[in-house]
Design a protein around this ligand. Structure first.
Ligand code: GDP
Ligand code: MN
Ligand code: MN
Length: 251
């Protein structure tokens, strides 16, 4: 597999046609996977919003207060208001604000970001990233699109790219029923290829000012496997999340 960044993309603004900008710069093939950082999808979709547009309500002030007590992180109640408006459930308030977005992604601050945007603005994640992926895909010769975001994960330090939207592929490559090298049948492994491609793309895109938000994965071999469309866990099958619901901090 080859991974390369689309060169010379401009600063993306509301109304920009990302697919057209990519088409003009790369000769895509049908089996390419085009991985697009959510930051630029959001910018193109006008999701860059002035903090002043989020006058904080009582809940936002309360959460901002809890954050101020337990962290040196983001404590602006307007920022917290933006996060709450993007969220359907708050899993943890402090020492960081962990919530579920409307499209089922659980991440710190609902993915609301202040990097790579103008001072005083916040960047919200795309409203429905898989619909964004489908829209971009429909205007590209490539058959598959993944929308990525950089996200932390429990149990481990550091962040990496994850898939928050996809089109033209199933996130899961299902190995169940296939043999390992000793002839034992695999019984649980559903590999999340969308996340793996997102992580690989993120590795090329970087986090800073490189200006390379779109990465093409070429010649990835899908192989002949079952597919699974499951990506975000629902709460019934998510025992870690259930444990968090039981958790009460000892401060
Ligand atoms: P996220 O992981 O989706 O939150 O995106 P990041 O903010 O980490 O940015 C990923 C990559 O996209 C980095 O290389 C940034 O420099 C680049 N980037 C962010 N915004 C823009 C933009 O408007 N235009 C261009 N050309 N690159 C951008
Ligand atoms: Mn982000
Ligand atoms: Mn990033």
């Amino acid at each position: 597999m080859e991974l390369f960044a689309v060169p010379d993309l401009p600063e993306i603004r509301a109304g920009h046609d990302i697919a057209a900008l990519v088409r003009e710069r790369v000769d895509l093939r049908s089996d390419d996977v085009v991985c697009v950082a959510s930051t630029v999808v959001s910018k193109a979709e006008g999701r860059c919003v002035d903090l002043e547009d989020f006058p904080p309500g009582p809940r936002a002030r309360e959460v901002a207060g809890a954050l101020a007590d337990h962290t040196d992180g983001e404590t602006d109640p307007r920022f917290v208001q933006a996060v709450l408006e993007e969220s359907v459930e708050v899993l943890m308030e402090a020492p960081f604000l962990l919530t579920e977005t409307r499209f089922g992604h659980i991440t710190v601050n609902a993915g609301v970001d202040r990097s790579n945007v103008r001072d005083g603005d916040v960047l919200l994640l795309p409203k429905r990233p898989s619909e964004s992926a489908a829209r971009i895909r429909s205007a590209l010769p490539a058959d598959r699109v993944v929308v990525t975001d950089t996200s932390g994960r429990p149990f481990r330090h550091g962040q990496r790219g994850v898939a928050i939207g996809w089109a033209g592929l199933s996130p899961g490559r299902d190995w169940r029923g296939e043999p390992d090298r000793d002839g034992r049948e695999l019984t649980v492994t559903v590999e999340n290829v969308a996340d793996e491609l997102a992580a690989a793309a993120n590795l090329v895109a970087g986090e800073g000012d490189a200006g390379t938000p779109v990465v093409v994965a070429r010649d990835f071999e899908w192989g002949a496997h079952g597919e699974s469309d499951a990506h975000f866990r629902d709460v019934e099958s998510d025992f870690v999340r259930q444990a968090i619901r039981e958790w009460s901090p000892d401060w």
